[in-house]
Design a protein around this ligand. Structure first.
Ligand SMILES: [Zn+2]
Ligand SMILES: [Zn+2]
Length: 132
């Protein structure tokens, strides 16, 4: 099933982020998932969206012990499934993890798109391209 970004004026489908916080499910493209991370109140959804979540249990964040949001990142090869709290998910989406957080996630998720070496130095974990 092809999923399309739920932002009102966006038709982007396919390689999207599916964000499930236990209350709602939001499907967002790259641009709009960054908008979600920076200032969610700027997003306007298509009529009837976001959808209601049917998630029964929320895992713990991979970085801290807070309740996690589930995010499925749809990629050309395989999908990555993230479990991160709101703070860490938003830092991941804006490429602004701290070196410690980068290493924690790299140990668990490996060399995946959002952790790759365009965004962070793999040795030091220093972020190159933080979006503000
Ligand atoms: Zn979009
Ligand atoms: Zn966290």
């Amino acid at each position: 099933m092809t999923k399309t970004c739920m932002e009102k004026d966006c038709q982007f489908g396919g390689l999207v982020q599916e964000i499930n916080d236990g209350q709602t499910v939001k499907v967002l493209c790259g641009v709009h998932s960054i908008m979600y991370a920076l200032n969610e109140s700027k997003l306007t959804y298509k009529k009837g969206y976001p959808l209601k979540s049917e998630l029964k249990e929320q895992a713990d964040c991979s970085c801290c012990n807070n309740l996690a949001i589930n995010m499925i990142e749809h990629l050309p090869t395989e999908n990555t499934q993230w479990t991160l709290c709101e703070t860490h998910l938003k830092k991941l989406l804006t490429h602004s993890l701290s070196p410690k957080e980068f290493h924690q996630l790299y140990n668990q998720y490996g060399d995946v798109y959002l952790l790759h070496d365009d965004f962070y130095d793999p040795e030091t974990g220093i972020a190159f391209q933080q979006i503000e």
